[in-house]
Design a protein around this ligand. Structure first.
Ligand code: PMP
Length: 361
């Protein structure tokens, strides 16, 4: 099997053992004589996978199943931009949002349909190059929403903000399961699975049970968190194959030694790439200058000489490095180095960064 260095921002690289086991599951699941793709979501084969993935998710995140529920929903993280305020924000109420980039603003725009939004902090004036720390929080707000890792801009919260009694909620689509976080500080966490947690098609929603009890009852059934919590994410047909992959990824994380081991490896990987960029301040322009705010998952940078961008990309492709082009809205480059991305790929990129700067600097 040929493997290149895949720096795609998502859907993204998966661990090889996960791909191997998944390929077996596509042919036959649990000695049933059926493919996982062919079995009923109410049958014993799928139910075992579903509940194992749910329990494993909470375990890997260090959350108690007495206090937290994990849901597997469709619609992507983008549906959560709407579902969250739909369930917890009414006209006349306020939610605080921190504006840290393109995904955050999408969440803000959806929330404005349902109630008042206070933008408690924003780094927009500095092209989202840092995480705002001094927040202007609303006493008694329904919740405070943050984007823990900003996939496009390359910033990441190194510490969760203190929001007092107001529940903290996070879009963790691009850093969930990537580093040691005290997830119990959060009341609700949502994440599309297609970066660190699995394949596209399922969104993880992990919430405090006490938080879900306060959700609205006056909603279309399918958009109510209570519906999915009551039915253990089996109210309707779940994205079964994607849930299966999440379970395999979680098993892989546990086999690695859990999140703390993955965290240490991710720090080492990111350091290799950032160090190479920082060595040539006259040549490379990292998008995030405050080191504490630099993402371990998405390393964003430009070339000071923009006319060399095409050549840089072509050289990377010739070295079997794909997916380095920055998001279309910001340009430049982005190296996404999620959990499954190997350290050898970071070393190869660092070597190329040295080589390219030396040849053109
Ligand atoms: N939030 C963040 C931080 C993201 O990176 C993305 C997708 N890249 C989304 C939300 C949207 O996710 P989806 O495509 O699953 O709706």
């Amino acid at each position: 099997m040929k493997r290149i260095f895949n720096f795609s921002a998502g859907p993204a690289i998966l661990p090889i053992p996960v791909l191997e086991e998944a390929s077996r599951g596509v042919l036959e699941i649990a000695g049933s004589g059926m493919s996982l793709l062919e079995v009923s979501h109410r049958g014993k084969e799928y139910e075992a996978i579903h509940f194992d993935a749910r329990d494993r998710l909470l375990r890997v995140m260090g959350l108690s199943p007495d206090e937290y529920t994990a849901l597997f929903l469709g619609g992507g993280a983008s549906l959560q931009f709407a579902m969250l305020p739909m369930n917890f924000l009414r006209q006349g109420q306020t939610a605080d949002y921190v504006h840290t980039g393109e995904w955050a603003i999408k969440a803000i725009k959806e929330a404005r349909r349902f109630g008042d939004v206070n933008v408690a902090g924003s780094s927009e004036a500095s092209r989202f190059s840092y995480i705002p720390k001094d927040l202007n929080l609303t006493p008694g707000a329904q919740y405070v929403h943050i984007t823990t890792n900003n996939t496009i801009e390359g910033t990441e919260y190194s510490a969760l903000p203190d929001t007092g009694d107001v529940p903290l909620v996070a879009d963790a689509s691009s850093d969930i399961l990537s580093r040691a976080v005290d997830y119990s500080r959060l009341h609700l966490i949502y994440a599309g699975a297609q970066k660190n947690a699995g394949a596209a098609g399922v969104t993880l929603v992990i919430a405090r049970k006490s938080c879900l009890e306060r959700a609205s009852d006056d909603l279309p059934v399918i958009l109510s968190y209570k519906t999915h919590a009551k039915a253990d994410s089996l109210y309707n047909t779940p994205p079964a194959f994607a849930v299966y992959i999440v379970g395999l990824v979680l098993k892989w994380i546990e086999e690695q030694g859990g999140i703390s081991v993955v965290d240490a490896r991710n720090r080492e990987k990111a350091e290799i790439v950032y160090r190479a960029l920082d060595e040539y301040p006259g040549f490379y322009d990292p998008a995030v200058t405050d080191r504490a705010d630099r993402s371990l998952m998405n390393v964003t940078f430009r070339l000071k000489r923009a006319e060399l961008e095409k050549e840089f990309l072509a050289g990377a492709q010739a070295r079997e490095m794909e997916g380095l082009k920055g998001h279309r809205s910001v340009g430049g480059f982005r190296a996404s180095i999620y959990n499954a991305f190997p350290i050898e790929g970071c070393q190869a990129l660092a070597a190329y960064l040295h080589e390219f700067a030396a040849a053109n600097g």
